[in-house]
Write a protein that binds this ligand. Sequence first.
Ligand code: 13P
Ligand code: SF4
Length: 341
Amino acid sequence: MTTTADLPVPIWRDELEHEYAALRARIEHLVPCLEWPMHLPWIEAINRLKQQRGAVIMAHSYQSPEIFHGVADVTGDSLALAQAAADCDAEIIVLCGVHFMAESAKILAPHKTVLIPDLEAGCSLAASITADDVRALRARYPGVPVVSYVNTSAAVKAETDVCCTSANAVQVVESLGVDKVIFLPDAFLGAHVAKQTGVELVLWQGRCEVHEKFTAGEARHARERFDAKLVAHPECPPEVLAEADFVGSTSAMGKWLAREQPRRVALITECSMADNLRAQFPATEFIKPCNLCPHMQRITLQNIYASLRDLRHVVEIPADIADRARLSLTRMLAVGRGERV
Ligand code: 13P
Ligand code: SF4
């Protein structure tokens, strides 16, 4: 199989600077100027190939700015991408994100070709639990419904009653109308959700390897040293969330910034996400800390190009698993429309 190292490097043309001037202006403070001439020919080649293929590129908010702003047709959090996959008209979807996101797209768009540029783009939360683990939990808590964060494999979703994302977890748990729920796999998100509902949550001890690293000391430092507002993702440890001015999902963070327009903010989440929001809110100063997700970073302009050119890597899910997993995802989308599940 061809590797990305074998790909012919697209040729620089001076006209590209002019054609992509607006993009450059949008992201010039996010992409070092030395990198721009390396990215631009790939961006142009991908956009051309994408049109020839009639493909749609979907990119999660944690993708690097040159991908998020340069080649993506659809951007957003995992909920937005799942919805976009369900509604998509294109025959080919290139999912720039991690594997569980590409699986969700395939489950919701079963007749489309869903490609992920790097099959190894995983997630510590998805890796923390198997379908057998869920069956064991069900045996231990008979009759208790299972709510799974979308950061799970298709096989785990197939054992799940209804999925959720960090954007709708409270709403999903409450939609079940029961007093006890098995909530997996993120223990920190689960503890945060439990605080906001009267529902007892049985938690799994999964963690995001990126968000679990933040500390309350770092958060306090950002506030005290830089007078920054603190905005944290609910996958962070509880003592970090306790320091935050606002705790919210990827999409909720963007809405909070639009509403509050802080002078300075520390986004306690993934670095590329903070960069992508910086482009949207130029009047706000963004302070570190942030941590990069190594799995999201596996997606590059080069492997997106290879993915489109060679139609790889095709996401396949056995039909019996996909059919059951689809129920848990479509129930989540139904809750979003205000329907009871
Ligand atoms: P969102 O559901 O907010 O998109 O987050 C997904 C994720 O992987 C966060 O680390
Ligand atoms: Fe998974 Fe954490 Fe990376 Fe999100 S940031 S994909 S939860 S490892």
